[in-house]
Design a protein around this ligand. Structure first.
Ligand code: PMP
Length: 384
């Protein structure tokens, strides 16, 4: 089986598994306990916090460990909006955010906040003009993803950060898909809050982080104990956090840049094979633009997402019809809908292929050949 669904999750790096196993075997203590076992667990927590802080060019005190990007997004959005409601009730986000951003937005709308959902063009990109037009004195929070999980488009984060420098609004960025691929310096980018998740970069599931800048006070979403400097209650998932720290320590800037280049090459390999075979396809998004290169979203006119996905699965290739979180439902992709309109055939005839550190050129080649065969078969069947 070939795994080409790395935007959904990634396989754990063996060094991550080893570090987590060592942690679980030798050091089960509660990091809040004051005895030897607790102090040892706390040292592991501190080490991982340092690793995450260094990746984000920040201080350990700016990293809050969470149960994943979903929790980070929920906390960043709902808690800062509620805490700042006295200064305004307007929020700006985009139409193509992950549901862990969009659903908290709907909760806030029900609480009386007004949310502007910035539209995207056919490249899956927002316009700065739309952003500027939406920003007003009532805006207290801007939440915009770094890069999209279905099509790989990136948002003008640095530009928005600069525009918000003298504005009261806090700037939250869901960097879940970008974290392992792009070197991120939130302070330089003007970001106040940033979410990431370990399982997207060969770390474990169920652990993430919320970065906060100096000026941001996080009121915990989960209430209880005083863990994470009172910013997130609950006994820390030390094995997961150690795995997260190990996973980021394995990445460095060069490795990230190289991955982006390799992944773009994989996309070109697939599109070249389809072109050579004379199979009609269109990229959803724009490979020529700056983007997260691990995601390739293709429209294959005449072939349904469902048929493509199930036939590829039978042939041994794991891809996705969109984001994994909604894959079980038959809901059309809100991302493709925002890009092409609800009547576009792209919405029901597209697939997402996503590359990772374990993807090889041979796998990609085998995938392209399987895809060509399957599309031809599906189109031939249709013509009968
Ligand atoms: N945001 C984005 C952009 C994502 O791709 C995901 C994972 N699909 C999440 C948030 C949620 O991450 P997690 O499942 O780790 O909570």
């Amino acid at each position: 089986h070939v795994y080409l669904d790395n935007a959904a999750t990634t396989p754990m790096h063996p060094a991550v598994v080893q570090a987590m196993t060592d942690q679980m075997m030798n050091d089960f203590g509660n990091a809040s306990s004051t005895h030897f076992f607790g102090r040892t667990a706390h040292a592991a927590l501190d080490k991982a916090r340092g690793q995450l802080a260094s990746t984000l060019h920040t201080k350990p005190d700016h990293i809050v460990f969470t149960g994943g990007a979903t929790e980070s997004n929920n906390t960043a959005i709902m808690q800062t909006a509620r805490a700042n409601a006295g200064r305004g009730k307007h929020i700006i986000t985009t139409a193509i955010e992950h549901l862990s951003v969009l659903k908290p937005m709907r909760t806030l709308e029900a609480e009386g906040f007004t949310v502007t959902y910035l539209p995207v063009d056919e490249n899956g990109e927002i316009s700065l003009a739309d952003f500027k037009a939406a920003l007003d004195d009532e805006t207290i929070l801007v939440s915009i993803m770094y890069g999209n999980n279905e099509v790989g488009s990136v948002m003008p984060i640095a530009e928005i950060g600069a525009l918000l420098a003298d504005h009261q609004a806090l700037f939250h960025v869901d960097a879940t898909q970008a974290f392992g691929l792009i070197d991120l310096d939130p302070a330089k980018l003007g970001i106040d809050l940033l979410s990431a998740s370990a399982h997207k970069l060969n770390g474990p599931k169920g652990v993430g982080l919320l970065y906060r800048s100096d000026n941001v006070h996080i009121k915990p979403l989960l209430q209880g104990g005083e863990q994470e400097s009172k910013r997130r209650a609950g006994t820390e998932n030390i094995p997961g956090i150690v795995g997260f720290g190990t996973a980021v320590a394995l990445l460095n800037q060069d490795a990230k840049a190289q991955k982006q280049a390799d992944f773009l090459q994989f996309s070109h390999q697939i599109t070249a094979a389809l072109t050579a075979a004379d199979v009609e396809f269109h990229v959803n998004g724009n490979l020529e633009h700056q983007r997260l290169q691990h995601v390739l979203n293709l429209w294959l006119p005449g072939a349904s997402t469902y048929a493509l996905q199930t036939n590829l699965d039978l042939a041994g290739f794991a891809i996705s019809g969109g984001s994994a979180c909604t894959a079980g439902s038959l809901e059309p992709s809100h991302v493709l809908t925002a890009m092409y309109g609800e009547d576009s055939p792209r919405i029901s005839e597209s697939i997402r292929i996503s590359f990772g550190t374990t993807t090889t050129a041979e796998d990609v080649d085998a995938f392209a050949q399987a895809l060509i065969k399957i599309v031809r078969r599906l189109l031939a069947r249709k013509q009968k």
